[in-house]
Design a protein around this ligand. Structure first.
Ligand SMILES: Nc1nc2c(ncn2[C@@H]2O[C@H](COP(=O)(O)OP(=O)(O)OP(=O)(O)O)[C@@H](O)[C@H]2O)c(=O)[nH]1
Ligand SMILES: [Mg+2]
Length: 279
């Protein structure tokens, strides 16, 4: 039995919940069932239809109101996610056991969840045990790329999430529709050039001096040499852009190939049956 999922991760406000909603709606339009699970215990509102909601297990308000714990919003969130990791059976029961299901997990925006904490890694392991092929989809606001310093920091976050989670990873540049023409052109040229060229060109007028240039160049070389972080742009307002991205992600978890293979096998089987009954 094969099952497929995307762990939708990325910094706060990068567009994770909006992405889940758009992909689910796109699925409905093309006759494909894509379920979404909310794993953000602080999410008060989301516009997609949720197959499951972590708030049914634990909510951040309950944790913060607990006088014994004395936790603030970030500590409270980590507490909720650890509680989830001790109660994965809740998630397994909520998902059911459906063959070829395709699920998006809308995750919280606290970046330490993907870089320091073992919780998401434990979740990945558990999903694999339940026969899921997992792809992490790291969303980064495209505004980050317009500024080289933000770009380095975003790239490092994406990289440490990739290394920590050890699954197929796709990095998505979100909110492309908000960019003006000039920024869109800059992003296009960045996507078609190496990280090193982009960073050196963008920071050549920097007042930070030679040492900084050298550091920038070394970081970018690491990224380029190992093809570590590549970005796929997403304009959520354009169907073609969603389609292209979904094909890219599906390929990384072999979604289409498996289904096609099964359909071919089913057709072969029907053909054999027909030959047998004719013969
Ligand atoms: N124009 C535009 N706005 C977007 C897009 N994606 C997200 N937004 C807006 O950006 C804000 C944050 O989006 P969310 O989807 O809530 O971001 P998030 O990553 O789920 O945020 P957290 O759950 O708080 O980490 C909202 O006001 C969205 O409407 C996009 O592709 N285009
Ligand atoms: Mg969200």
């Amino acid at each position: 039995m094969s099952r497929y999922c995307q762990l939708v991760i990325g910094p706060a406000g990068s567009g994770k919940s909006t992405y889940c909603d758009a992909i689910q709606k796109y699925g409905q339009a093309v006759g494909r069932t894509i379920d979404v699970v909310n794993l953000d215990p602080a999410a008060e509102y989301f516009s997609y239809d949720a197959l499951a909601d972590i708030k049914d297990l634990i909510s951040i308000d309950d944790v913060m109101e607990c006088d014994d714990l004395k936790l603030g919003p970030n500590g409270g969130l980590m507490f909720c996610m650890e509680h989830l990791s001790e109660n994965f059976h809740w998630l397994r029961d909520s998902l059911g056991e459906v063959e070829d299901d395709y699920i998006l997990f809308d995750c919280p925006g606290q970046i330490e969840l993907y870089t320091h904490s073992p919780v998401m890694k434990l979740l990945v392991e558990e999903l694999k045990n339940w026969n899921f092929r997992v792809c992490s989809v790291f969303l980064l606001d495209s505004q980050f790329l317009v500024d080289p310093f933000k770009y380095v920091s975003g790239m490092m976050c994406a990289l440490s999430a990739m290394v920590n989670l050890e699954v197929a990873s796709v990095n998505v540049l979100s909110k492309i529709d908000l960019l003006d023409k000039k920024s869109k052109k800059e992003i296009e040229s960045f996507l078609s050039s190496s990280a090193k060229d982009f960073l050196l060109n963008s920071s050549k007028d920097s007042i930070a001096g030679k040492k900084f240039q050298k550091l920038t160049s070394t970081i970018a070389s690491v990224v380029d040499n190992f093809s570590l972080v590549q970005y796929v742009p997403l304009n959520i307002k354009e169907e073609k852009s969603i389609d292209d991205l979904l094909i890219f992600i599906d390929n990384s978890i072999q979604y289409g190939e498996d289904i096609e293979h099964k359909e071919n096998r089913a057709e072969d089987f029907e053909g054999d049956e027909m030959n047998r009954s004719l013969g």
